[in-house]
Structure formats: structure tokens, C-alpha cells
Design a protein around this ligand. Structure first.
Ligand code: 6GU
Length: 273
């Protein structure tokens, strides 16, 4: 996979050299190219932004530097053999970035990131490139960052670990929280390793029992417990067919019951920890 990032803060992308993404690069699974947008400005001040038409606060990133940067990066990528580019534009007004979208992006051979600072990029830029390639406008959550660079790191890490050979163990993806079709969209429960006693704290006895059925059931109950506490929305929108008889017992103990449509909702108000 080839990744290009065009940014006014190339140093912000230095973490792409380390850890998992760095490993993927070292193994030749990933080629990363970071470009300084100001290379494609023509004025003395290297201006990349201007005031918004229609008024309002903040600054808008200009069409010309982005257009020239993207044209050249795309031409150079094709020149070195890359094909089927997709443009990824991180923005708080994008669609939510999910594991499902990470899987979709990990199947693409070439991702071109256009993170914006200020109030965003002039709309005509995304419109223009959308006539030539898929454009993904993505948001990494319901909060506002000063720019899309951190989102590029987030998306890149989520995608890189899905590339064949990068994680080392192909099985490792299967139980990921949010892996499509994983534990029916439950969060993962707690995990433990040696020593068996730490500062007076023991490992839950069932994990030492060697009884695989009981262990699987316990893990499932822990996942249900955690999901009801941290992501009740996942329980509410889950297909009730995903819950077996024992799941239903556990959910009932946790204060959840099926409504008229079969979907689960809370029966009792939340109790503070
Ligand atoms: Cl992708 N960009 C910015 N600036 N803020 C965000 C975001 C992206 N996702 C959530 N908040």
C-alpha cells in the first residue's frame, strides 16, 4: 500500500516512522510519502489560507496550493507504479471512521491524505478530485481537533495493522472489538497474565480452571457487562438474535430487558460506581 500525506506540518507525521506503521514500512508492506503543502505556494509568504466568502470566523485553505500539490503527488504516484488512488480528507464533518471503514481502506492500494487546518479546505477541491477518484471524508469522533494530522495518524494505524503480515498473527483481528461479525459487536472484556497474584489481587478463578466452555461463557458475560456500562448504544441497537439464552440471563441481571420490538433496553436507572 502507498500512502501520501500533504500537510503544512510534515513533522507532525514523524510518528509514522515508528512502531507498527514503521514496521509495516520496514517490511515493504507500506510506502509512506509526506509532503509539505507550502512547496506548492507561489507567493513570498507561502500563503495557504484566506478569509471565507460569506464572512465568518477563521480561515479557509486555498484551492491553488491544494490543486497543484494533489496533481503532482498523484502524477508522481502513477509514475512510480501506484494505481487506484483514493483521497482521504479528515474533517469533523466527515462520516464516522469505524473498523468497517478501516477494513475497506486497507483493501485499497493507494491512499492520499489531505488533512486541513483552519476551518477546512475550499469545497471545490474535494469536488474536483471526486470526479477522478473515491473521496472519503472521515471524522474520528465527536470532538474538534485543531487539524486533521492526528486523524491521519489514527486512520493510518488502524489501516496498517490490517495489512497482511503486519500484525504477525492473522487470528488477532478476529476478536477485535468492532471487528465486523466479532463478538456480535460487544466490547472485549478484561485480560490477565502472570503472575497469578499481584499486590494481593488474584486472577479470576475460572481462567485457571482449564474448562474452555466455562471460560468462554465468563468472557462473554464480562463483555456484556463492559458493553452495557461503556457502550449501552451497542446493546440497544444489537440484533436480539445475537443474544443466546445465557446472554439474556446476564443482561437481565445487569438491568436490561427486551422491549416490544425484541431489542434490549435498560430496565433500571444507572447506579453510580
Ligand atoms: Cl478528522 N479533524 C478535526 N479537525 N477534528 C476532528 C476530526 C478530524 N475528527 C474529529 N474531530
Amino acid at each position: 500500500m502507498r500512502l501520501d500525506v500533504v500537510t503544512i506540518f510534515p513533522e507532525y507525521l514523524d510518528p509514522l516512522n515508528v512502531s507498527l506503521v514503521g514496521k509495516a514500512r520496514a517490511h515493504g508492506r507500506l510506502g509512506v510519502h509526506v509532503h509539505d503543502l507550502r512547496q506548492w505556494t507561489r507567493d513570498r509568504h507561502h500563503t495557504v489560507d484566506d478569509t471565507p466568502y460569506g464572512g465568518g470566523p477563521g480561515m479557509v485553505m486555498k484551492t491553488e496550493p491544494w490543486g497543484e500539490a494533489l496533481d503532482q503527488v498523484i502524477a508522481d504516484g502513477y509514475e512510480s507504479g501506484a494505481r487506484r488512488p483514493a483521497l482521504v480528507v479528515p474533517t469533523p464533518s466527515g462520516r464516522p471512521f469505524t473498523q468497517e471503514l478501516a477494513v475497506e481502506l486497507s483493501a485499497r492500494p493507494w491512499l492520499l491524505f489531505a488533512p486541513a487546518r483552519y476551518e477546512g479546505i475550499d469545497r471545490r477541491v474535494t469536488e474536483e478530485y471526486a470526479t477522478r477518484m473515491p473521496v472519503y471524508e472521515v471524522s474520528i469522533g465527536d470532538y474538534v481537533l485543531a487539524g486533521g494530522e492526528a486523524a491521519v495518524l489514527v486512520v493510518t494505524e488502524a489501516v496498517a495493522r490490517l495489512l497482511p503480515g503486519v500484525l504477525g498473527n492473522a487470528e488477532s483481528h478476529r476478536d477485535d472489538s468492532f471487528a465486523p461479525g466479532a463478538m456480535a459487536d460487544l466490547l472485549e472484556g478484561p485480560v490477565y497474565t502472570k503472575p497469578p497474584n499481584w499486590r494481593g489481587r488474584d486472577i479470576p478463578e475460572v481462567l485457571l480452571s482449564g474448562h474452555h466452555g466455562r471460560i468462554a461463557r465468563w468472557r462473554r458475560d464480562q463483555a456484556l457487562d463492559r458493553t452495557t456500562r461503556n457502550r449501552p448504544d451497542l446493546i440497544e441497537r444489537a440484533d436480539p438474535a445475537a443474544f443466546d439464552k445465557k446472554d439474556r440471563e446476564t443482561l437481565s441481571i445487569l438491568g436490561w430487558a427486551p422491549g416490544p420490538d425484541g431489542r434490549f433496553g435498560r430496565t433500571a436507572p444507572d447506579v453510580e460506581e
